[in-house]
Every structure is written in C-alpha cells, then in structure tokens.
Design a protein around this ligand. Sequence first.
Ligand SMILES: Nc1ncnc2c1ncn2[C@@H]1O[C@H](COP(=O)(O)OP(=O)(O)OP(=O)(O)O)[C@@H](O)[C@H]1O
Ligand SMILES: [Mg+2]
Length: 504
Amino acid sequence: MTALVKMSGIVKSFGETIANDDVSLEIAAGEVHALLGENGAGKTTLMNILYGLTIPDEGTIEVGGVAVAPRNPADAIDAGVGMVHQHPLVVGALTVAENFSLGGLGDGSPASMLEAVADVVQTIPLEVDPRARIDSLPMSLRQRVEIVRCLAHGVRVLVLDEPTAVLTPNEVQQLFGEMERVVEQGRSVIFITHKLAEVQTIAQRVTVLRHGRNVGSFAVGDITSAELAEQMVGRELSDRSAKGAPRAAGAARLELRGVCAVGDDGECLLDNLDLEVCAGEIVAIAGVEGNGQRPLADICFGLRVPDSGEVLHDDERLPQLRDWGHSKVAIARIPEDRRHEGLLIDSPLWENLRYGPNLSAKRGLINRRHEVARARSLLEEFGVVPPDPMVAPSALSGGNQQKVVLARELSSDPDLVVAVNPTRGLDIGAQRDVRDRLAALRDAGRAVLVISTDLDEVIEIGDRVGVLYRGRLETPIAQNAVDRARIGKAMAGLLDDQQDRAEA
Ligand SMILES: Nc1ncnc2c1ncn2[C@@H]1O[C@H](COP(=O)(O)OP(=O)(O)OP(=O)(O)O)[C@@H](O)[C@H]1O
Ligand SMILES: [Mg+2]
C-alpha cells in the first residue's frame, strides 16, 4: 500500500485529558477511510491536527511522502489536505462567492469572486447561486459549499467530520456519489461517522479510536458492524431495542389547532397545522430541514406565537417561555442548534446545567456547592466525558455537548418533551441511552414530540410518525403501519396528493 497520509505517534493533551494517545494512522491513495469511535474518542482532534487547527504535542505527519507540520489550515491546504467540520465553518453573513474568496480564490473583487466560482463549478457542480448568503442556505448546501471549496483548492485528502448527520437519505446518496468521484481520481477521503451502515456502504477501510488510542485498522470486508461496535466500546453491545409493546395513549397534553406561521417576507412557514401529542406517547415528525421544523419547534417550546391558530397544553393556552416562572408547565426543550441555543458555550457545565425546566434557585439565591455536586452526578449519569462541572462546553467533543443539553432537559421530570434531532452526533451507545430515556418518560405518562431529519431515528423512536413538507403536516400514523418508502416520498414532496396541492 502506498500511503498518501501517514500520521505517526501523535499525542495531544488538553490539560489532564489525553485526546490522542500515541496514534498512528495510514491512509492509502484512492480510498475512503472511515474513522469510528465513541463520543470523545479523539476523532476530531486527530483530524484537526492533520488540518493544522490543533498543534500536536508529539508525532509526525507525512503527506505524499513529504514530512509536513501544518501550523494552520492554509499550511494544510498547501500540503493537499482539506477538511469540512462537524459544525460548518463557512461564514454565515457572507455570500457563497465571498466564502470562496476567503479561501484565497480570486483577487477579492466581486467580479473576480464570481468568476472564480464559475471556474470551479465547471468541473464540480455546486447548484447554488454564488450570490446567495450562506445563512439563507439549508445545512446540506452549506456543507456542499465547503466541500466544493476544499476540492477547488485541489486537495488530495478530504476530511469530512460527520457530514451525514445533517443530511437526508437522498442527500447522503449524493454525497457518497461525490466521495466516489473524488477517490476515483486517486484522492482520498477520511470519513468520520457514527453510522456503521454508512461505513459498510462507502468505505474500503476503517480505523477505530477508543479513549484516544488507535485500536485497529480493518478492511471493511473483513469486519462486521457488530464487531466494529465492539471495537469502539471495548465490550459486546447487547442487541436490544427500546421499543416496548404499543400501548394506549392518554389525553392530549400538547395540541396545535390550525396553526399558521408566516415568515419575515410574508412566506407561509406553517400551513394550518393540526397536531396532538398525548400523555404516554412519542410522536415523531420527519422532514428535510427547512420545511417548517424551526417554527414548529419554536412554537412548541413557547418561544414563538403562531400567526393564527391555537397551541394548548392540557387544554389551556401554552405559556410563553418568559411566563414559565409563573406557570407549572415543565417543558424539556432540546433545540436544533445546541451550540448557540442549547448551551452557554464558554460557561462552566454546572452553570449550564442550572437552567433546566425546573429552576433550582430559591428566592434568587444559588447554593453553588449544591449546584456543583448536582452537576457532577448528572454528568456522570448521562455519561458526559469529562464529568467535570468546572469545564465549559467549548472544551467538550460534539457528542458530549449534546449530552449536556440532554442531561439538563431530561433530568428534571418534564411534563412535555420537545426534541429536535435528539441523537444527532451521539455514538451508538449514547443514542440508545437517549432513546431509552425518551421511552421511559413516555412510559411514565409524559408526552414526547420528536422532530428529526433522520428518518431512521423517527421510525425507531416514534409511536406515531408524521412528515412535515413545506409547512404542511402529513397526519401522524401508528409506527407499525408505517411504510418507509412512502415516508421517504412524503419527505421529498413526491406523494400524489402533495403534488395536487402544489398545483392547486
Ligand atoms: N479545546 C479543547 N479543550 C479541552 N479539551 C478538549 C478540547 N477539544 C477536545 N477536547 C477533549 O478531547 C477529547 C477528544 O475530543 P474530540 O472532539 O476529538 O472527540 P470526538 O471523537 O470527535 O467525539 P465526538 O464523536 O463527540 O465528536 C474529549 O475528551 C474532549 O473533551
Ligand atoms: Mg468530533
């Protein structure tokens, strides 16, 4: 095997945490190489080192047989390495063309920027207006802009950190097609994912990290998904499912009647939506991002008032978030954008854990020692690594940040749970843990609404399953009556009655 990338003896510590512990890794030319591991295993850190964003304490890197020591991404790109992050790093307030020119294409004038993009898209289709602002684009297109931008620099190694977490099944297929084109040209893709099925589909080889160490590299044909899972966690995972027998749901806890939401430009975001979530059931709503999930979640969180229609909690108007101090409703909110809406990213975890559905401050006083002790036990219970109440979320891996939000929101016995993409970015064990917790809340008679772009998650979690498309809800139906192909079509707006409506 000719190694295109060779990382040897990489060590990186953050304080007491050893993120990479003597890791060596070889990537062949022309392969998709998957990188697997539990949350906090050190995947992003290792790739940040290759991309010059993190400087290792020890170890060497060769790309194409030449020793390199990238001090920043520009060095890495010069050496032929590009990376697209777990959280897109393109600048939201700039246009597509401006983001391209940030990467050094064109001379910075608007005309040259557009020209540079036009050059690029002749060879790599982008299908985006270069004048569009990044933050007006759905996640899948933002990601596409980043990938195309990397490829435009002629990189030989493309690192993709959990790229499929924000994509629909269809978009995943498109991305895989792109990855195949890249490796056919003799370039390589390093692909981080938590989905073992994706590894089996697209990768030729796979490396597993556990607690910062490389526990092995395997040819994908030589190892099963079960064996990979075992390598990741260091023990056998039992094969059980959170799904109990379907049971009768109780009275409606959350009810939306004829809810409409209108956007800033007068566009219809939610169109006459009716929805009931009853005590003792999980309703899960699938949909491609940008089809109304955002306003729907905000309305159910009590953050947004519908433009018409009613939102009821136990037959009374759902209180707005600012009124919660005076209401007895405890809603667990798991927002889509955990970094910006779910967490105070630079404040210690114990502070982050205070603002749950049940505030613990009495008469405005905080018992700090009590709070820190409570935080520590919550962090341990939810498997956050490290379980240190004094560190900030910014020092945690992506999956561990999500666990902090879940720990805060699910720990305090909420009446109602509204969760957007609750298991996004979590490793297999943590995903199962969250599903079990949601099921336990359901079994304890709580009402749970899950809104997710991950169809597998929706079908696995939901007792009833619906689809949101262009602000319209396909009425949720019992999970055991669900036809996966039909839901896929509904997500893409391809059902006959959806098309009739669109034409009407
Ligand atoms: N800037 C930082 N400061 C302190 N600790 C950090 C920092 N970045 C990462 N770590 C720690 O290094 C370890 C590895 O984190 P890393 O982000 O590489 O994990 P990961 O495998 O990508 O996990 P995930 O699947 O959750 O994204 C974690 O324990 C994390 O808390
Ligand atoms: Mg990561």
